[in-house]
Design a protein around this ligand. Sequence first.
Ligand code: BDP
Length: 738
Amino acid sequence: MLKYTLSVFFALLCFWGKAEDGYRLWLRYDKVQDAALLQRYQSALTALSFYTSSATLDIAKKELIKGISGLTGNRLRPREGVTNNCIIAGTPASSVFVKKFFQKNKLNTGNEGYVISTGNVGGKKVLFIAATKDIGVLYGVFAFLRLLQTNQPLENLFMVSAPKIQNRILDHWDNLNRTVERGYAGASIWNWHTLPDYIDQRYIDYARANASVGINGTVLTNVNANARVLTKTYLIKVKALADVFRPYGLKVYLTAKFSAPVEIGGLKTADPLDPGVRNWWKEKCDEIYSMIPDFGGFLVKANSEGQPGPQSYGRTHADGANMFADALAPHGGIVMWRAFVYDLRVQKEQERFEEGNKGGHGNPIAAEDRFKQAYNEFAPLDGKFKKNVLLQVKNGPIDFQPREPFSPLFGAMPETQLMMEFQLTQEYLGQGTHLVFEAPLFKEVLDADTYARGMGSVVAKVIDGSLYHHPLTAIAGVANIGNDINWTGHPFGQANWYAFGRLAWDHELSSARIANEWVRQTFSNNRDFVTTTTSMMLASREILVDYMTPLGLNHIMGTGHHYGPAPWVDNAGRADWNPVYYHRADSEGLGFNRTANGSNALAQYRPEVQKQWDNSRTCDEKYLLWFHHVPWNFKMHSGRSLWEALCYKYNIGCDSVKWMQREWNAVKPFIDEERFKQVQQLLVIQEKEAVWWRDACLLYFQTFSKMPVPAQYEKPQHTLEYYKSLKFSYAPGIGGNL
Ligand code: BDP
């Protein structure tokens, strides 16, 4: 008997352990811990008037009942009429109480907005969770449950909220063979092999998680596209996913490979001005919409990194984008055309060079600064895109570096609908093992002033359409999701998914607020825990910048997999893929001169922005090496020389990871063992890798500066030769686009 009891006990223990595997994300709904608050919630939330007339409202109702029963223990009983402490949920069409409430207050929450309000119906105290449209009710339910999960008071509520950006989209770089380009959380969650017949519970949970933060679109496939996804066989599978996602307000998009008419359509050309090609895409769209009537549209990477595009046929990017726009327009679909391109002339020059340099290790300097290439290509096309085209611009001019100045395109294309592309997956931010909260990075760009229409023309206003009154708006985040049990590999990766959704809905939210919400919902409302963990999160991005690419260094990661430091690499496929191209270290100094006597990339910004950065003495030191080639003995604001400042930054970055470890160890009593241990172990890897970054980079840059590392800092653990010899054949995230 005892044996039996013990084994049940251990089984239960294991079960409990498993329950903290992170799968529940920020939607845990565990019982409120604070006894007084629990009592207040219990007495304020007793009944529910919620008539449902659609799949979306059904989902909203189940979520509300589930959330409240978990958080308070109350089992809300559906009511016909209204009683005291009753929640009234629905739309003016589904509830007469909501209808009256909306009429009285002249409310209209638009396509997706909601209102949460305390009120009075026939002398009874009630709480409205209401919206003009069904999906707004679902968003309102999640917002209400967020209030409870973060222990907010429910008295005198009147919250009206609507998204500032219409299309809030996750871009999956998922291949049909289930590898994920730049994915660090396992395989793709789309199991193409078992679709459409097998609907994994994950698909539903994925849609629910996105709806909980207001994400309303998903691009299922990699920008390095595979035309096969547009064949009937795959479209049937895509339709199955779209059917699952629809009631959660989540639209499906696909990447369109430019050469699809040739690859799967049997045509001889993919020329966007060819009538046969145009017709092929038109028919393809008709076919897609006959299966998925609310299909969102296409995301296209063209003439970049080997992807075909209109320039292969002597046409412009606008010709290409507009071809898709015409095919999608009758169905209400949109085109997201990526601005992540290189200068084709450089490509050609490179090819010629390689031809003449077979087997050699040459390093031709690209004719044009890579920083300038996207702008050069697209700025002249301003005003040339059709109404249903958005130009999808990465946050910075190069490529998702730990810190980049904002892309100059945001201030340069008033006649074009520009959308933002952020990267949630941490390709350049420590990949699967570093704790980095990205909201501060996103905010830094969103809040940056382009001065395009005078002061205050921040990037956020460009992309939310308010600066130029554009009707179509969007924002995308490259997903960090895989089939790891906790979705994102690193438990704190979830915070970046969460932050992206919250900022896409409301870019005015602060990073601190988002971190606070996420921590409370994901772990605990304990005050000490929240304070410690949020301050660690808020510091984490700057800490990474310090130990990886301080003072404006960028793109000095290992080639291909981008794992670890490799500032010495000089033999990559294109000159402007080489770390040496980006840091330009020499015996004089360090950094890329982008001023008027250098590449003059600064001229792509408005004069006010140029002024912030064009003088090495006044340039914000965060961006110094982005814009200036600075002598090793250059005097920094701190009084240190550039070399000393570099040593200082790399060291402070490493010390700060140790600080993060101490902080995390201190919160052990407040959370479950399982997630505590995971993060603790990952922080050990992060510390090791920070030290690796510091030692490898300082040893390498020292070969140019010829200056000693000040004595107070730790000595490198290995020689530069050792760091150079490291190889990582199986680093994750490269996949294979089969
Ligand atoms: C780079 C990635 C590469 C992507 C490319 C893109 O290394 O895997 O395909 O961006 O955004 O950052 O197209």
